[in-house]
Design a protein around this ligand. Structure first.
Ligand code: ADP
Ligand code: ASP
Ligand code: MG
Length: 432
């Protein structure tokens, strides 16, 4: 669609009433043109909902209690934005009731399925509240259920987009709303199977949703509104002396985000690159700031950039019968890795051994080990960090290694990667 902009507002930009008002004031300056807005759940709602799911699965009787406190937080925010009789209260309540029904039943045997049916309420209520507030603020906005557009396979918690169907649905459902005029607002992170079961796209997946809509509707550009001025050379929460990058190629962006630069979800770049749609990363605190432009224009010089990914595991695998790993076993190992959707970050092999560094989330690494234990000796080293440095300089690397034990390293032309363990400083002084 000509002139279409896609905006994504993440959890921190809509975390409370003041921030919701701030989003409305940013949008005020974009009235009169087609804008599709994607919002995440407010603040840390998704983390809290994960506790609801865990409590339900554990049958510990706490699920409803946790859900009620999430509900309370939302009602508190709504009471700061709307009159008591506003119909938004009933609409939000309806979404929560759907989850209450799930909680009344026995925990579903498929944890991931149950997770998606519960977790989606975070985005459903935040988008309901945001759309209602924009309408109240005089910015006509249509609410769109992303599950009517984004079709995925049935791998819950990590649905893969069915692109042809999604493109078709986006044109059928979102375009008419956009053509009507006003904003269209939808949820990040959620989709649905062809059987109408809710799925999610993986944690922090709202950026990806915005990119899916941008791709399907041929957006002119996409903007992610963040609490930072743009993409920085490293996470400011972890490193000092970071600087903003004014421009970045798709290539740089995809390499850094794949290895843990949390500012953009790694799957976001591909759909945009495929259609050459520029991506802006801007600050919702300073919306006039220039931000970072990510596009196909290649900058030939970058400063050193660092991404740090925690919760890494090194899985050491060796053959029991001394057969060569590379000749006989790689395809079997990778079949398991692919089936589990395990993210491989680094790997090395010798004659009879294979070491792989993977994201250690949920119980995937244990499941991987269970599958292969019969044929291989398996050792797992957990709680590791993966440090990825692009355009490294020796002093930067030296600094990064301080206080760490280096377990594995790999160097290519532009990238140095290290799997490290933090040196434990044990305070042995007796207490008392
Ligand atoms: P959202 O509200 O959209 O969910 P997030 O909190 O997930 O936003 O992402 C923004 C955070 O990403 C920033 O506050 C920052 O700490 C972190 N971050 C990590 N790496 C970078 C980077 N290279 N540049 C900027 N921010 C980064
Ligand atoms: N709310 C989801 C999460 O916290 C998706 C997102 O914020 O992007 O993971
Ligand atoms: Mg986020």
């Amino acid at each position: 669609m000509k002139n279409l902009k896609v905006f994504k507002f993440g959890g921190s930009s809509v975390r409370d009433a003041a921030n919701i008002k701030n989003v409305a004031s940013i949008l005020q300056s974009f009235t009169g043109r087609p804008i599709l807005i994607v919002v995440s759940a407010m603040g840390k709602t998704t983390n809290a909902l994960e506790e609801v799911v865990a409590a339900q699965a554990a049958r510990n009787g706490k699920a409803l209690e946790i859900l009620n406190s999430i509900k309370e937080q939302h009602y508190q925010i709504m009471s700061e934005l709307f009159d008591p009789g506003d119909e938004v209260f009933a609409a939000v309540n309806d979404h929560f009731v759907t989850v209450e029904w799930v909680l009344e039943e026995e925990p579903h045997e498929n944890y991931d399925y149950m997770y998606d049916q519960i977790i989606c309420v975070g985005e459903l209520v935040s988008s309901t509240i945001m759309a209602a507030y924009l309408n109240k603020a005089g910015l006509p906005t249509s609410w769109l259920d992303a599950r009517d557009v984004i079709l995925t396979d049935d791998i819950y918690r990590e649905g893969w987009v069915q692109w042809d169907e999604t493109v078709e649905k986006a044109k059928a459902k979102a375009l008419p709303l956009l053509e009507k005029g006003g904003f269209v607002l939808t949820q990040g992170f959620i989709g649905s199977t062809t059987e109408n079961a809710t799925t999610t796209l993986g944690r922090e997946g709202s950026d990806y949703t915005a990119a899916i809509f941008s791709f399907c509707l041929d957006a002119e550009d996409m903007t992610i509104w963040k609490d930072v001025p743009g993409v920085l050379t490293a996470d400011p929460r972890l490193f000092d002396n970071v600087v903003k990058l004014d421009r970045l190629s798709y290539r740089e962006a995809i390499e850094m985000t794949y290895y843990g630069a949390k500012v953009i979800h790694p799957k976001t770049i591909k759909p945009l690159q495929n259609k050459n749609i520029p991506l802006f990363v801007k600050s919702f605190i300073d919306p006039k700031g220039e931000g970072t432009l990510i596009s196909s224009d290649v900058e030939d010089h970058y400063p050193p950039m660092v991404a740090l990914e925690r919760n890494q595991a090194l899985v050491y695998i060796s053959t029991r019968d001394f057969s060569f790993v590379a000749e006989h076993h790689m395809s079997v190992l990778f079949t398991h890795i692919a089936n589990l959707r395990l993210q491989v970050n680094m790997m090395q092999n010798t004659a009879i051994s294979f070491v792989v560094c993977v994201n250690d989330i949920d119980d995937k690494v244990d499941r991987f080990a269970q599958h292969i234990q019969g044929d291989f000796k398996v050792l797992i080293d957990r709680n590791l960090e993966l440090i990825t440095v692009r355009h490294a300089q020796p002093a930067v690397l030296e600094n990064l290694r301080k206080g760490k034990i280096l377990l594995m390293e790999e160097r290519t032309k532009d990238t140095v990667q290290m799997v490290v363990k933090n040196v434990q400083v044990v305070d042995w002084k007796e207490v008392g």
